[in-house]
Design a protein around this ligand. Structure first.
Ligand SMILES: C[S@@+](CC[C@H](N)C(=O)[O-])C[C@H]1O[C@@H](n2cnc3c(N)ncnc32)[C@H](O)[C@@H]1O
Length: 251
């Protein structure tokens, strides 16, 4: 029996790659709008609390600007960030690629398009780190983009992934690993990525913080060519990418 959520995704004609921290964005928009209006009315009506009125108004505008930047990041900037991240991997078209914390499939589906003879596999816990997150939404996006045959989605935790050692030629994670609450949890996720990579496999991880920790764990896991990029402003918050390669021969 199909659910209402399934039907909503089936009816959509264009893919929707999700709104990051959606509840926070909507809350900031509502609070910001209310504060801006209240502040504005106080400026007009109260002569005794003018500084308070301006402070409320400025707070409201700051919330609205932050909400707008986060919205634009999810809807536009992330598409450019996605293309830049995938370009770093120099895929040949026959690889098996893993997208860790794939959400609505932004990278997963773009990767599948670059892999006509390969496969893109996503894993996610479907938390509300992305608004209206679900495996059905991701599979619906893959179908709308015409790559459903080359996309697989697994439910699971990135700290303990249900994949055999050396399953993937490449792995990506975009704005996902920072959601794991503890530093040790984030290190576990990195070790899992390394475990599931084939010899010679490449990884590219973009995130808003934690890059030094990821790079450190990649080096400890004997990955080579570990590099952290400059800050990129295509997203809000801005992000860096760490890239690395698994040695072809055991070191
Ligand atoms: C901000 S979203 C980013 C989604 C996607 N990578 C993108 O850039 O659009 C973070 C994703 O990480 C997932 N996630 C958080 N913790 C996770 C965990 N421990 N294991 C697997 N996925 C997780 C969330 O469910 C969410 O889909």
């Amino acid at each position: 029996m199909s659910t209402q959520a399934d039907n909503t995704h089936m009816q959509r004609q264009t893919p929707d790659y999700g709104l990051d921290a959606g509840l926070l964005v909507y809350a900031m928009f509502i609070v910001g709008l209310a504060a801006a209006i209240i502040g504005f009315s106080l400026v007009l009506t109260s002569s005794r609390h003018v500084s308070l009125a301006y402070a409320v108004q400025i707070f409201g505008f700051c919330c609205l600007i932050l909400a707008a930047l986060m919205y634009a990041s999810s809807r536009f900037g992330k598409l450019r960030a996605r293309d830049r991240l995938l370009a770093r991997l120099k895929l040949h078209g026959d690889e098996a690629l893993l997208d860790v914390g794939c959400g609505h499939g932004l990278l997963l589906i773009a990767a599948a398009k670059l892999l006509p003879r390969g496969q893109a596999v996503g894993i996610d816990l479907w938390t509300q780190a992305q608004y209206d997150n679900s495996r059905e939404a991701t599979l619906s996006n893959a179908a709308l983009e015409g790559v459903e045959q080359r996309v697989k989605v697994h439910d699971g935790d990135m700290r303990k992934m249900p994949f055999a050692d050396r399953s993937f030629d490449a792995a990506v994670a975009h704005f996902a690993i920072h959601n794991v609450p503890s530093r040790e949890g984030r290190r576990e996720a990195i070790r899992e990525i390394v475990r599931t990579l084939s010899p010679g496999g490449q990884v590219a991880i973009s995130d808003i913080f934690g890059l030094k920790l990821y790079a450190d764990e990649l080096r400890k896991s004997e990955m080579t060519d570990v590099e952290i990029s400059e800050l990129s402003f295509w997203t809000f918050p801005p992000a860096r990418t760490v890239t690395a390669r698994k040695p072809s021969q055991p070191v």
